[in-house]
Design a protein around this ligand. Structure first.
Ligand SMILES: Nc1ncnc2c1ncn2[C@@H]1O[C@H](COP(=O)(O)OP(=O)(O)O)[C@@H](O)[C@H]1O
Ligand SMILES: Cc1cn([C@H]2C[C@H](O)[C@@H](COP(=O)(O)O)O2)c(=O)[nH]c1=O
Ligand SMILES: [Zn+2]
Length: 191
């Protein structure tokens, strides 16, 4: 379990990334860290991409329905402006943001802000997703979570797309995706 290096004391300003497949618990873990920050009386600004309307327009919602209010934004530059002066900036579904996101997180962290980012490390093709690889390179702390493979019960690293469609962005949950281990993922429809 992730233990905060420092909540209120010491020199602050760093980047944490929570990554993994769909259903691995990224949003739950993000909400857990935010609740602890609030208990420590830290101010938090929570963002998500405006296009992510899967469960709710404003709330960040996990697959088991824990939720927290957020501000939907269109671009990473908006978070640089809106995050000024706060103790903690949190970003969910970060894979959907533009490639400026790593630089924005860098700038926020340099201002003494704790930046917590959650997102898919791989898309349904198993390719690195959007700005997440660059964020992983820049982060001080990385947590890689795993779901349970729905085919064999091993740890799942991949998000297998059940429906047809080659576009990278397709919002959905169990209607369109299932978490799989690398072996069941590689077998495709033959599993
Ligand atoms: N195959 C699965 N493996 C693990 N968790 C699952 C699975 N299917 C459903 N879940 C649920 O998903 C929850 C995690 O949801 P969430 O935090 O939204 O994940 P993520 O943000 O990584 O998609 C788990 O606590 C569990 O209740
Ligand atoms: C793999 C993959 C996923 N998506 C979408 C599907 C969901 O709406 C989100 C991921 O949500 P989660 O909180 O991690 O479960 O991303 C996509 O658009 N393209 C993909 O390749
Ligand atoms: Zn498997």
């Amino acid at each position: 379990m992730f233990i905060e290096p420092s909540l209120t004391g010491g020199r602050r300003g760093w980047i944490e990334v929570i990554c993994g497949s769909m259903f691995s618990g990224k949003t739950e873990e993000l909400i857990r860290r935010l609740n602890r920050a609030k208990i420590a009386n830290l101010s938090v600004e929570i963002f998500k991409p405006a296009m992510d309307v899967r469960y709710d327009h404003e709330d960040i919602v996990s697959h088991n329905d824990s939720r927290i209010l957020s501000t939907p934004v269109e671009s990473s530059q908006q978070m640089l402006l809106l995050g000024q002066g706060t103790d903690v900036v949190a970003i969910d579904e970060a894979q959907f943001f533009d490639m400026e996101l790593p630089n924005v997180c860098d700038q926020l962290a340099l201002q003494g802000i704790r930046v917590i980012v959650a997102g898919l490390d791989m898309d349904f093709r198993g390719e690195p997703f959007g700005p997440i690889p660059a964020l992983l390179a820049k982060a001080e702390y990385i947590t890689k979570l795993h779901a349970i493979c729905v085919r064999c019960g091993n740890i799942a690293t991949h998000s297998y797309r059940l429906s047809a469609g080659s576009q990278r962005v397709l919002l959905g949950e169990k209607d369109h995706y299932e978490p799989r281990c690398r072996h069941c993922y590689a077998k495709g429809d033959a599993v």
